[in-house]
Design a binder for this molecule. Structure first.
Ligand SMILES: *Cc1c(COP(=O)(O)O)cnc(C)c1O
Length: 336
């Protein structure tokens, strides 16, 4: 195995083992590690036709002492079960989910990038409806798999802001599936994302689908802003995906940085209240937002080229905790 840890991107690199478990006749089988990275499923599987599927994303972090950290993995387990509940899929016992993640990381340990490279092992749990069917019904069987692949640091050589553009499209409906992590939301986001890329923006910003006046999501990451009064503000809406990173930042902003934190409305016509803004999520970690192209203007936050001081502090605190260099709040870290 020869991996250039410093130059990894976000691409699939095959690792030796993945976990696989099947739910049938009302129960999960024991689950097993397998070397086969191809799924063999019925052509009528509900996941393929009707999008009955959900996924998760988390990372394993190599610490200075060589041990491996998982960050708030039980929150991923809970969120996958909320997705399963909404799409009438079989739920996965939290212990089974966490066990599967740990088994996969252990089995592929040599693919957990070294401390100091900023690279991590990205872990992808997937739950899909399978088995014979053709009508619009919940599937008779479910497949739960967890695979992993090493990914590079999102930013190499310091946080760099990028620009975003407000989309004309919605990624989710007001009472639809925006709050659960399902592939359908992503299929719907490919076209608006492509439009943004074609216009040389990092990604698009989705507004609240009911009134189109408030910021909801930044591509596939959550939004936060820092106000002139040093408040950490992040949108609150039933169609936003509840990002574990975002809720972690809400906590850290309040308890470690001493900021006032607000979950509320972020109006597009009041962006000048914010001195800094960022996108956050497991993949993006914290990505500073340089500017936002709205329907009629281009709004710059801190700077188009430099990260703001609060965003930098939040980033250092969060990644410090994830890599084991900064003391974590109770229960946030599990060792593999
Ligand atoms: C996964 C995801 C996020 C980020 O969530 P994290 O738990 O922080 O990784 C944000 N928005 C969308 C739409 C997502 O699917």
């Amino acid at each position: 195995m020869m991996i250039d840890w410093d130059n990894l991107g976000f691409n699939y690199i095959k690792t030796p083992y993945r976990y696989l478990s099947i739910w049938k006749d009302g129960e999960w089988d024991e689950g097993t590690l397998t070397e086969d990275n191809t799924l063999h499923i019925h052509e009528g599987s509900a996941a393929l036709h009707y999008g009955q599927q959900s996924f998760e994303g988390l990372k394993a972090y190599r610490c200075k002492d060589g041990s491996i950290n998982l960050f708030r993995v039980e929150e991923n387990a809970r969120r996958m079960n909320r997705s399963a509940e909404r799409l009438l899929m079989a739920q996965i016992p939290e212990e089974k989910f966490i066990h599967a993640v740990k088994e996969v990381v252990k089995a592929n340990e040599e693919y957990v990038p070294p401390y100091g490279t900023g690279a991590t092992l990205y872990i992808r749990p997937l739950l899909i409806g399978i088995g014979e069917g053709v009508g619009v019904n919940p599937a008779p069987e479910y497949l739960f798999t967890v695979f992993c692949t090493p990914v590079g640091a999102y930013f190499k050589g310091g946080l760099t802001p990028t620009n975003f553009i407000v989309s004309d499209y919605d990624r989710a409906a007001p009472q639809g599936t925006g709050a659960i992590k399902v592939g359908g939301n992503y299929a719907a986001s490919l076209y608006p994302g492509q439009e943004a890329h074609d216009r040389h923006f990092s990604d698009c910003i989705y507004l609240d689908p009911a009134t189109h006046t408030k910021i909801e999501e930044v591509g596939s990451a959550n939004f936060f802003g820092i106000t002139k009064e040093n408040q950490f503000v992040t949108p609150l809406s039933p169609s936003i995906l509840p990002s574990i990173t975002k809720y972690s930042l809400l906590y850290l902003a309040e308890h470690r940085l001493g900021l006032e934190v607000i979950e509320g409305d972020v109006y597009l016509d009041q962006l000048d209240q914010y001195t800094e803004a960022g996108a956050c999520g497991t993949a993006a970690v914290i990505s500073p937002i340089g500017g936002i192209q709205t329907f009629d203007s281009f709004h710059v936050f801190y700077s188009e080229t430099e990260v703001g001081p609060v965003t930098q502090k939040l980033y250092d605190e969060l990644t410090g905790i994830q890599f084991g260099d900064v003391e974590a709040p109770e229960g946030w870290i599990q060792k593999v």
